[in-house]
Ligand binder design. Sequence first.
Ligand SMILES: Nc1ncnc2c1ncn2[C@@H]1O[C@H](COP(=O)(O)OP(=O)(O)OP(=O)(O)O)[C@@H](O)[C@H]1O
Ligand SMILES: [Mg+2]
Length: 451
Amino acid sequence: MIKSLRNQLVVALGMLVSVIGVVQGVSSYKLSQAGMSALLDLRLEQVATRLRDGFAEAIPQNPARGSQDDRDVVIVIWKTGESLPFRSTDPSLHFPRDAKAGFSNSSVNDESWRIYTRQDPTMTIQVAQRSSVRRELTQENAAMTLWPIAVLLPLMWIAVVFVVRRSLRRLNRLGLQVQAIDAGHLEALPTRGVPDEIAPFIHSINTMIERLARSIEAERKFIADAAHELRTPLTALQLQADNLAPHIVASNQDRFQELRHGIARSSKLIKQLLRLARADAPIDGNPMTRVDLAEVVTNAVADVLPIALQRGLDIGAEEMIDAHVRALETDIGMAVKNLVSNAVRYTPNGGIIDLRMRREGEMAWIDVIDNGPGIAEESLPRVFDRFFRANMDIEGSGLGLSIVKAIATRYGGDVTLKNRDDGQTGIVASIGFPVEEVRSAEHAAPIATDG
Ligand SMILES: Nc1ncnc2c1ncn2[C@@H]1O[C@H](COP(=O)(O)OP(=O)(O)OP(=O)(O)O)[C@@H](O)[C@H]1O
Ligand SMILES: [Mg+2]
């Protein structure tokens, strides 16, 4: 079964055109054959009529052999009472003298002939022509009528493909727009110029998009509100714990520290939840600036430098390029920091982390490459899911990459996470944004610690 509407239409219309073409071709072939046959018969009849009018004597008595044109007719004239023909243009042929008057088909010398016999009181006139010659003539003539169809048929197919494609182009464009709809891109489809047949679909899709956007926004607001509401009691809890600290007896210290750790972890989770809710929210109103990506990279490295030094990690930025993005500065900074902090968190002590920038068309990319353990291939597709953690041994809320994804989507960018393919273990985390402009080529600005 053909799934594509376009192919279905092309095949159906093409077949229809072909059937019409074939029927037309066959009928004109047959008609032309019949017409030609009638014309040839008429010619035989005319020759016979002329001979009756006294032209019979004009035929030589002993025609030279071979002078007879293959395609031409053979004439035999009998006089009443005589057993041999009075005249014959080809004496080697013996036509049946008693053939019925009018047209008949007869086999003479193993060949089929079309004969016109005219019985007059004084003579019998026979004008004959080879059936094979007649067939050749009628077929030649009929074949000529097939030429226009043979030329037109492929042209009709091309026209069908062209017309169908043109008509469905708008549908294809709409299809692509529908395909682009996702949680991060919920815009109503354009309704102007849409064919009447698909307008109801577009209308329902738009209603659905509206409803979806509203429920996503409600969910985001709920998360933001819940996180916000939880922040105050947690801060109070933390304060209480701090006040309580000097009064905890030594035997309870372990359990007390666990309690404080739990409170800290919850605070972190709530902070990440708030960040995610903010990254998902519409930008409206907040002033966007021209953010220098190289500066963002430098800052992200500087931020983790103390921990990196402490853990003996060699972190450096190289291959910097001049690229700017129009965005909220805090967003871009947070996205890159999340990737760098993942690299720092999941790379064992003494590891190497490199930050690189590259340009690909309209996008500027920042790669964060570590030589940690990497991520199991089956877990990779889920790393951008909320609360997903591939490694349960190391503490984390599982929201960092969801925040990065939300920020990348917000500016029409993208983020990818792959295991290294250069023979080493580790992750290449890349975030790309459409650049506002890139001026000069690469200039090195290495910041490095010796691990
Ligand atoms: N560079 C990396 N190397 C190895 N695993 C990684 C790396 N980056 C991310 N991961 C894995 O992907 C999971 C999801 O990362 P994500 O940043 O979303 O959450 P998190 O780091 O656990 O928590 P959060 O960032 O919210 O504090 C992590 O739990 C970790 O298992
Ligand atoms: Mg993280």
